[in-house]
Design a protein around this ligand. Structure first.
Ligand code: ADP
Length: 753
């Protein structure tokens, strides 16, 4: 189908697409248009990665706006929201306005009412619905990107409920759900009353295979020699082999740290193949990267890029990511090492894809877990650049014959798992029932059942009565805990407390745990509060390793007075173990808030740096919620809670809270400034610049940024020399690990994906 034959889209669109090199639609796109996606029809499109889903979404949204309507694009990840916004911003020249909403859960987002296209995560949309954002009812078209994520244990139910609510409020709403290729796309289409485009068409042929020994074994039964030298790792051999044929490689690994380490190693392979022009061009890209920020990550990235390799993960600034993607597309960067998180959303095709790590650490499982077939296939789908490569090759790596067989079975031959609703899980049901009642969406058992009938869960479950049984249990729980009450006329409504809990986005059971604990302790210690939040179902606790049971049992008795509420008896084994796991988690948080080095913490608790960040983020959020609950219930502990929250947020002792709150400062720099005699934000604002520069180890740009953020009148460091008396005497590297400042500071060693 020629782009000018697409009905109902704005006049300017065909010419715009042609400028982008898109003359005619890909077959699945044409099918979507034939199914009426530009004429307001709902659609589920299950199409392989890199086969043009984004254009399907754009056609639907622009057609809706063309009819005077408003569209919402739901992204699966916060990091992708700004990327999508930038992508759509290219259409602002035609008068289209685009807004992105990712901020606080409880802001009402009124300013978004003006926009034609709004980009948001499902959590954000859910909270906008809960808080009654007025424009929600004006939507005409909703796109759900990566809708197969309804299967995700944690985030899936929110996406599912959000779509059900949006449709419940507006039965004429057009829903365009984009999915990777899955086995049961027809069930999704059933659920959403949508037409289905279920296609395996790809713009370029994909060969899947496994490297083992000295050969590539492909799914079509063929083999090709690929020698690994004795001094070489298999990934390096693949990158070298691809380069010999002037091709590029995308390597998927399982953590940010691994992505960075692999990029540094593979840079030694790519650097050997660069010509003079490429080196000059790469040096320019590296300089641009260094300009973006003054952090170690930025330096490491620039160092790798200079040599023709790069890493890519959600911890990079979006400018960094864009520079890497462009340089890869321009074929300057020959190898990118990435975590899978963004792989789905970022369009970086490559001759070869190597899925190096097919297991990933899972906090929930307490160990390594294999990736799903769906995830691996999505990564593999990035292989092959249409129009440039004859075909794409996607490889896994095996180190034994058994593993070769296993990988073929598990991933190469396997079909992706069917997508299944996770809504019936109790925490999800509790949370969403309360939200549904609190937002006035349902006010009786009947209307709740009616609402739940609109979920994927209802479409998929064939066990009659199961949904209602789970619902009734959860309703009782909400009543007993005073979150929901029945009015005289028998209507269900949320209590004041219930409204607060829903607004805070807490699992009601977490709220109940926190309230009990706060009532039991007047002046809780930081450890006590960390233990309290670690006991809630919203925190994944650390597992006890062998031998630790005794250690933490002793600790539990020693610090018994600090732990709010009464401990379960040692004879109630599973409850007692939970109590100890929460204590271990709380001890980790306490260490972090005591300025213990990250390396020591990872050693002591047997966790990865990403886990520290995960725990810290969750604790901060839960303590913020605890603070609101304490205020709502007029409990005396609100101040202690706030302080414990700040300490964990910044990873500092009490005396540094003020300083560490200055953007760009963080725990280590705060400690150094403090040691140099600068103890508060206002002292920093008026500080002697030579002292600040010395305390920050002579890093001029950092010092300027910090002073600027503190409100210093003249932050320029020009001509300032560090005061030798104020130089710190510790030998730590200058890596800041304040998890709150995102790309402000180096985050390379905190955070998993
Ligand atoms: P997906 O979201 O399905 O993974 P994308 O939407 O990112 O895939 O599309 C992959 C690439 O294909 C993009 O670079 C896009 O510009 C290009 N593309 C999409 N549709 C067409 C088309 N009809 N003709 C040529 N290129 C296209």
């Amino acid at each position: 189908m020629d782009v000018s034959d697409v009905p109902a889209v704005p006049e300017w669109l065909p010419a715009h697409l042609r400028d982008d090199g898109i003359e005619s639609l890909y077959p699945p796109q044409a099918e979507a248009v034939e199914a009426g996606v530009t004429e307001g029809e709902s659609l589920v499109a299950s199409i392989p990665t890199a086969s043009g889903k984004t254009l399907v979404a754009q056609l639907a949204m622009f057609a809706a706006v063309n009819r005077g309507g408003k569209a919402l694009y739901i992204v699966p990840l916060r990091a992708l929201a700004s990327e999508k916004r930038d992508e759509f911003a290219a259409f602002e020249q035609y008068g289209l306005s685009v807004g992105v909403s990712t901020g606080n859960y409880d802001s009402d987002g009124e300013w978004l009412a003006e926009k034609d296209v709004i980009v948001a995560t499902s959590e954000k949309v859910d909270s906008l619905v809960r808080n009654g954002a007025p424009w929600i009812d004006q939507l005409d078209c909703v796109v759900a990107d990566e809708v197969h994520l309804v299967d995700d244990r944690n985030r899936g139910p929110t996406l599912e409920v959000t779509l059900a609510k949006l449709r419940g409020r507006n039965p004429d709403l057009q829903v365009v759900a984009l999915s990777a290729t899955i086995g049961n796309a027809d069930e999704l289409a059933d659920w959403l009353d949508a037409a289905l485009v279920d296609s395996t068409w790809r713009p370029i042929e994909l060969r899947k295979g496994v490297h083992y020994g000295q050969a590539l074994h492909f799914d079509d039964g063929t083999q090709e020699e690929l020698r690994v030298k004795s001094s070489e790792k298999p990934t390096a051999a693949v990158v070298r082999d691809t380069l010999a044929d002037d091709g590029s490689t995308l390597v998927f690994v399982n953590s940010r740290r691994n992505a960075e380490a692999a990029a540094a190693r593979l840079a030694t392979v790519t650097s050997r193949q660069l010509d003079g022009d490429e080196m000059a061009a790469l040096a320019d890209v590296a300089a641009d990267i260094r300009e973006v920020s003054d952090t170690e990550t930025s330096d490491d990235l620039a160092d790798a890029v200079e040599k023709g390799a790069a890493f890519h993960h959600a911890g990079l600034a979006s400018e960094h990511r864009a520079l890497v993607e462009d340089a890869f597309r321009d074929r300057l960067v020959k190898c990118v090492c990435a975590t899978p998180t963004l792989a789905a959303g970022v369009n970086t095709p490559s001759r070869r894809v190597v899925v190096r790590d097919w297991r990933r650490y899972s906090g929930e499982a307490g160990g390594m877990e294999p990736l799903s077939v769906l995830e691996v296939h999505q990564m593999m789908g990035r292989a092959g650049r249409p129009g440039l490569d004859p075909y794409g090759e996607a490889l896994l790596l095996a180190s034994s014959h058994d593993e070769l067989d296993e990988l073929f079975e598990r991933y190469v031959w396997a079909d992706p798992e069917p997508v299944r609703s996770k809504l019936a899980a109790e925490p999800a049901m509790r949370t969403h029932l309360l939200a549904t009642i609190a937002s006035g969406f349902a006010d009786s058992r009947e209307t709740l059942v009616e609402f739940l009938q609109q979920t994927l869960y209802a479409t998929q479950t064939h066990e009659s009565g199961r949904l209602e049984t789970v619902m009734d249990d959860m309703l009782d729980y909400l009543r007993v805990n005073d979150f929901v009450e029945e009015t005289d006329s028998g209507r269900l409504k949320a209590t004041g407390l219930g409204h607060t809990v829903s607004r805070l986005y807490l699992d009601p059971m977490s709220a109940a745990t926190v309230i009990d604990g706060l009532r039991a302790a007047d002046d809780p210690s930081a450890l006590g509060l960390y233990h309290l939040v670690a006991r809630t179902p919203d925190m994944y606790q650390l597992y006890l390793r062998s031998g630790e049971r005794e250690e933490y049992t002793m600790e539990a008795y020693e610090r018994e007075d600090e732990l709010p509420g009464s401990a379960p008896s040692e004879f109630e084994e599973s409850r007692f173990d939970d109590w100890l796991s929460a204590l271990k988690t709380a001890r980790l948080l306490e260490d972090w808030a005591d300025e213990t080095d990250e390396d020591r913490i990872t050693d002591r608790y047997g966790v990865g740096p990403g886990d520290i960040r995960g725990k810290v983020d969750t604790a901060e959020w839960l303590l913020g919620a605890a603070e609101s609950l304490a205020a709502e219930l007029d409990l005396g502990s609100a101040t202690a809670v706030r302080e414990a929250k700040k300490r964990v947020e910044y990873g500092v002792r009490e005396e540094l809270i003020d300083l560490a709150g200055v953007r760009g400062v963080g725990r280590k720099r705060a400690r150094r400034l403090f040691a140099a005699g600068i103890q508060t934000r206002s002292e920093l604002r008026n500080a002697e610049k030579s002292v600040v520069l010395a305390a920050l180890r002579g890093r001029e740009k950092t010092a300027e940024t910090v002073l600027e953020n503190a409100g210093h009148q003249d932050p320029s460091m020009e001509g300032v020399t560090p005061d030798p008396d104020a130089a710190p005497d510790d030998v730590d590297d200058d890596t800041e690990t304040d998890p709150q400042t995102g790309s402000e500071d180096d985050q390379s060693s905190l955070g998993d994906f």
